[in-house]
Design a protein around this ligand. Structure first.
Ligand code: FAD
Length: 510
């Protein structure tokens, strides 16, 4: 490629292809987008869970929902169920579990039901998610969040997807190429820098030199441009988020009719947690752990115990929890794993890619210099990472489990100060939207409510009972949620049935 007005993307994983398709769609041929990827190096190929934001991204890219589900072997994800996070299974076999659904708690004009739930008898009230939304019941009954014909990317309940990570990248690649992205297969061998330190060109053995006015580093953990060439530092957050290894495998279903869960099952273990994701033809299962608290052999044993046999092969994926505070340097921006990765909990990898790509589209330096935009980008991405760290840490620090990993997670020194301050406030009132700057947040105040109250956090409103006088009205609304939930569970197809219908050609479009 010669001359200016071009974006060169190094890397063809989810980050590279999502960025390529998004920018090609935004710039509609006015800015050339070239993507270089090496099939010899390959992609990381993990990351099977998304967040609901993926729906508007896929819709913006013009990808038909039913075709996406078929091509990416996708299923519907209505949230995450956390098993054994509050306490380990008791000797009597009693287990704790709660759902973090994507649907916001039921809310009527001016009335939040949250204080009323908090004022109910702790011993007899239903679990928070069960009281607040019909989604808990629908998901537990293995129902889909929608029916065919309800409209692409639309439906009565909020949802995201589980998918085959490699096939997601393929779907995005096909769309990006349709949108005019130039796809080059080859390896980056050398990078030339200009006098001011910016990237002048990248070299490949197969295609010679590639030049652009903006370079996206989507080369994954290798961080070829942002790390190796420009030397920006990864800020480790291992002292706050302890897990840094995963052992991942795929497991076929016992039968083609086996139900498919429409939530990720996240089961805590002595030094981390295990993910269990229902894809179309198999379950993706992985054990995430802290090597300071558990060695590889113990983790393998946890995974084997979870699966119940050893007829599978797993691979170890080490990662450094952290992010680069400077992700945009001169004419280079890191997107995806090259910019950072915290851990798999709550599926924040793709969310961060989406956030970065949307900003790059707006901040693209049409007229040359991008220093001020770069500063803003770095500020906003840092704020996003920091708030996600708080949200992830919340899951760990509320646990009452007794193993060293969990005790260390409760150690105040490992809890970010901002989270400590919020927890202090939430002892006297529930999380509010004013606790957060909405534009920087991936997770809203109600996501925090689901985790806090799922984990039996106590917000004491007993002295404020008189401020919430309409308990009878609230009880009526709680009863309505229960009856709507029962009706929805009858009306919605099972998750497996909907996936089958889509594979047989049914369209979700209205
Ligand atoms: P990669 O997939 O590694 O792609 C890098 C690309 O760069 C490849 O195409 C490679 O060939 C290319 N490349 C590298 N060097 C060169 C070179 N020299 N020349 C040419 N090409 C080169 N995210 C979620 O949203 N949800 C999840 O549930 C989730 N779970 C995860 C679990 C684990 C254990 C891990 C580690 C991550 C998880 N993630 C998850 C994060 C997710 O995997 C990534 O955000 C996503 O896959 C994007 O990866 P990437 O494109 O940045 O990197």
């Amino acid at each position: 490629m010669s001359g200016k007005r071009g974006i060169v993307i190094v890397g063809g994983g989810t980050a590279g292809w999502l960025a390529a398709a998004y920018l090609a769609r935004v710039f509609d041929g006015r800015v050339a987008v070239t993507l270089l990827e090496s099939s010899e190096i390959g992609i990381i190929g993990v990351g099977e869970g998304a967040f609901p934001t993926i729906r508007s991204t896929l819709q913006f890219l013009g990808i038909d929902e039913s075709r996406f589900i078929r091509a990416a072997s996708a299923t519907f994800k209505q949230g995450i169920r956390f098993d054994d996070w509050l306490h380990a299974a008791t000797p009597e076999g009693e287990r704790h579990r709660y759902l973090h659904p994507f649907e916001a708690p039921f809310y009527t004009e001016g009335t939040s039901l949250v204080p009323y739930w908090l004022l109910q008898d702790h011993a007899t009230r239903p679990p928070f998610a069960d009281a607040m939304t019909i989604q808990n019941r629908v998901a537990e009954a293995q129902r889909a969040p929608k029916r065919p014909g309800e409209g692409d990317y639309a439906g009565p309940l909020n949802y995201a997807y589980h998918f085959d990570a490699a096939r997601l990248a393929e779907v995005l690649r096909a769309r990006a190429v349709e949108l005019g992205v130039r796809h080059l297969e080859g390896k980056l061998t050398r990078v030339d820098q200009a006098e001011d330190g910016s990237i002048a060109r990248v070299h490949t053995a197969e295609h010679g030199a590639l030049e652009g006015d903006l370079y996206l580093d989507c080369s994954g953990f290798r961080a070829e441009l942002i790390g190796k060439t420009l030397g920006t530092r990864l800020k480790s957050v291992k002292h706050q988020l302890f897990t840094e290894r995963a052992l991942a495998c795929k497991l076929p279903y016992g039968s083609p009719d086996a139900p498919i869960e429409s939530f990720t099952v996240a089961t805590a273990h002595p030094a981390g947690w295990t993910w269990d994701i229902g894809l179309q033809g198999a379950r993706g299962i992985g054990c995430v752990y802290s090597s300071a608290h558990m060695d590889d052999a113990e983790a393998a044993e946890i995974l084997r115990g979870y699966i119940g046999h050893d007829d599978y092969s797993a691979r170890i994926i080490p990662f450094e929890p952290g992010y680069r505070e400077t992700q945009w340097v001169k004419n280079c921006v890191a997107v995806g794993l090259a910019g950072g990765f915290l851990e798999p909990l709550e599926s924040t990898g793709i969310v961060l890619i989406e956030a970065a790509v949307a900003m790059i589209a707006d901040f693209y330096p049409h007229h040359g210099r991008a220093d001020a935009s770069a500063r803003r980008f770095n500020q906003l991405m840092t704020a996003r990472y920091e708030t996600i760290i708080n949200f992830l840490k919340l899951h760990y620090c509320l646990s009452r489990r007794d193993e060293p990993f969990w005790r260390d997670n409760r150690n105040t020194a490992s809890i970010p100060e901002a989270l400590q301050a919020l927890l202090e406030a939430w002892r006297h009132r529930p999380p509010s939207r004013f606790d957060f700057l909405v534009d920087l947040e991936s997770f809203a105040f109600f996501n925090y409510q689901y985790i806090l109250y799922g984990m039996d956090f106590r917000t004491d409103l007993s002295g404020a009972r008189a401020d919430f006088p309409d308990m009878a009205g609230a009880e009526k609304l709680f009863a309505r949620i229960r009856s709507f939930g029962a009706r929805a569970t009858e009306d919605l197809p099972t998750h497996r049935a909907l996936i089958r219908q889509i594979n047989e050609g049914a369209s979700l479009g209205a």
